[in-house]
Design a protein around this ligand. Structure first.
Ligand code: PAF
Length: 279
């Protein structure tokens, strides 16, 4: 495994990689969710590149850029064990050197849901994903379903800009109580950690209501709101039921539907989602 910390070094190396390349974009502090993406990339590509970069452009003012958890040594050990070929881990001034002035903005899909409480977040994501895609030119790039809106934004960007990369979305990996794995789970106190399992329970409730015949968007959203509202340590941000590609709220479910929830536990913002409805 080769760790590349400079973009100039990577640019010199990339033309020599002529076989199919799988890219796993991350901000480090890797957990089983990330590792599942690396395993899938390993199975489907000849060269596996893991991008590790805590991207300041996707953090808003007052968000956790400075304190975002980092553990480079543990990350490298885990990636080495999975037979990763390259870790590309540039510094902030290398990704955004003086004079950097380009932003990629996926106008409509970036606005609802996470875009409401985190304005500019998806511009930061789209810009860095565009840059890493240009640098690595992967055949495939691997993202987790947990960040559902991110996958929708990235797919749109890749389509709109004619990038030749296939976006592969992999299932959410969960803790035994259902909590979706996230680097931010590390912030939770033991009480908040226990309470956070309510997000998946709320989604499952909605899924069960759907299975039992409920088709009204408001009823399903109400079900999720009530479940999260009943957890004293959770402050609900949204409970939504949208079309999985347009992210438009559904009045009734008669095709594919994506249920999404977000809540604060103390100062930690957590999200989760579940696909319901017929494909
Ligand atoms: O999902 C993430 O960790 C980040 O948003 C990504 C895709 C690596 C971009 O910084």
């Amino acid at each position: 495994m080769k760790v590349v910390e400079s973009i100039a070094q990577w640019k010199a190396l990339r033309p020599r990689l002529t076989r199919s390349l799988g890219l796993v974009p991350t901000m480090g502090y890797l957990h089983e969710g990330h590792l599942s993406l690396v395993r899938r990339a390993r199975a489907e590509n000849e060269v596996v590149v893991v991008w590790i970069f805590v991207n300041p452009k996707q953090f808003g003012k007052g968000e956790d850029f400075q304190t975002y958890p980092r553990d480079a040594e543990a990350d490298l050990r885990a990636l080495e064990a999975l037979d990763t070929d390259y870790v590309l881990s540039p510094g902030v001034d290398d990704v955004y050197p003086p004079g950097f002035q380009t932003t990629v903005s996926v106008a409509v899909l970036s606005k609802p849901l996470e875009g409401v409480s985190r304005p500019g977040h998806f511009d930061g994501v789209a810009t860095v994903v565009a840059k890493m895609t240009c640098l690595t030119q992967p055949a495939r790039a691997y993202f987790g379903q947990k960040d559902a809106q991110q996958t929708v934004v990235v797919r749109r960007m890749v389509e709109d800009l004619g990038m030749l990369t296939e976006i592969v979305v992999c299932p959410t990996i969960r803790e035994p109580d259902g909590l979706a794995m996230s680097s931010r789970n590390a912030y939770l106190s033991p009480e908040e950690r226990r309470a956070a399992a309510v997000l998946y329970r709320a989604l499952q409730n909605a899924g069960r209501q759907y299975q039992a015949g409920e088709r009204q968007g408001d009823a399903l959203r109400g079900q999720m709101r009530a479940a999260i509202g009943a957890e004293p340590l959770a402050t609900l941000e949204y409970a939504a039921l949208v079309h999985p590609e347009t992210l438009v709220e559904l009045t009734s479910v008669d095709g594919p539907a994506l249920a999404l929830v977000a809540a604060q536990f103390g100062s930690t913002h957590l999200i989760d989602n579940l696909l319901i409805g017929e494909k």
